[in-house]
Design a protein around this ligand. Structure first.
Ligand code: SD4
Length: 341
């Protein structure tokens, strides 16, 4: 079998040819299974849960669902699940999305009192004729499908943060709250065990069969306006998977990600032959070109994985990191490159 036939057999022919044609991407032998997630502080736990499935040749969809659920279940988390910071009226509202290798996807937004929004997103994908459900309708669907309606109660740290926030009632997204590089010390930034706290978790994975999936879940920006929905549940913004090309997820200032259809854009750059790193950088540059805000004041980070097992990331500002698990090795911390120096 010659090189071209071998690549075709592996399903990598088009990627390799695109790379060769454009000279923009580097061919890397397939590395699978593999899982990546945003913010290393949470990746260690989340990737381990995903890896338990991937190493048994499990499905990447099950892996990303179980992976991000670890953070939804963490009551000490400022920014994912019901323990997260509330909106400015004191309610925790959750956003989540999930997507598989068949371009099937599901999402929920503005969902209240349900512990695992990612599972509801998957149920929307698998059990409803729709892709996205929001608010009371999403909650009604969840309950009808056996999810428990939890008591409405803020976690101890969220209650404290909310009371402190009420004193000034200023809405200011906190850059890199996820990594502990915080600018407003009043927002809790440590998880149980002393790990730095974090925000959204976005996870992308390729399983042993070479199939890609992704999941993204968040309580969104703390102290947001009631009803605000970020990028995380919007397919193409906070998450996108194209099994012929790659998978991408985003974290940070959701409005900026939505403005450029961020994750979809990164996938499209990879389709053109750019490496994951460069594809993420080009999307970040697009935000900086299009945003009416000062780029120094906003943070957005993308992580991307291509069909060849190559991965990369880019952020607007310093401080974004992510975790990668492959080959049964410990979760590796990777600091994303950034534009604003
Ligand atoms: C949002 N993108 O709701 C989310 C928040 C986030 O890191 O990812 N922060 O806009």
């Amino acid at each position: 079998m010659n090189r071209r036939e071998l690549l075709k057999t592996l399903g990598l022919g088009s990627l390799f040819l695109a790379a060769k044609k454009t000279g923009l991407a580097r061919f890397v032998a397939p590395t699978r299974p593999i899982v990546l997630s945003t913010w290393h502080g949470q990746s260690k736990v989340a990737n381990a849960a995903a890896w338990n499935i991937l190493r048994e040749r499990g499905d990447s969809l099950d892996a990303v669902e179980q992976g991000v659920m670890t953070m939804e279940n963490d009551w000490g988390n400022c920014c994912v699940g019901l323990g997260g910071n509330p909106d400015r009226d004191g309610h925790v509202t959750l956003d989540a999305s999930i997507m598989n290798h068949n371009t099937e996807c599901g999402s929920v937004a503005f969902l209240e009192r349900i512990k695992n929004p990612i599972q509801v997103a998957r149920a929307v994908m698998e059990k409803s004729p729709h892709i996205m459900l929001v608010g009371k309708g999403a909650q009604q669907f969840a309950v009808a499908n056996g999810f428990t309606l939890e008591e409405e109660k803020l976690s101890e740290h969220a209650e404290k943060a909310y009371k402190e926030w009420l004193i000034k009632s200023e809405y200011k997204p906190v850059m890199n709250i996820e990594s502990g590089v915080i600018q407003q010390p009043k927002v809790p930034n440590k998880m149980k065990g002393g790990e730095y706290n974090h925000d959204t978790i976005g996870m992308i994975a390729m399983d042993a069969s070479g199939n890609l999936s992704g999941a993204c879940t968040t309580s969104g920006m703390g102290f947001k306006l009631r009803g605000r929905v970020g990028d995380s549940p919007i397919i193409g913004a906070g998450l996108y998977v194209d099994n012929e090309v790659g998978a991408v997820t985003a974290t940070g200032h959701g409005e900026e990600v939505i403005r450029i259809s961020g994750s979809f854009l990164v996938v499209e750059f990879m389709r053109q032959g750019y490496s994951p790193d460069v594809a993420c950088r080009k999307a970040v540059e697009r935000i900086m070109k299009k945003t009416p805000r000062n780029a120094k004041e906003i943070q957005v980070g993308f992580i991307a994985l291509n069909k060849g097992g190559e991965y990369g990331a880019y952020a607007i500002n310093k401080g974004f990191d992510f975790g990668v698990t492959k080959g049964g090795l410990d979760c590796k911390r990777v600091e994303a490159k950034y534009i604003v120096k």
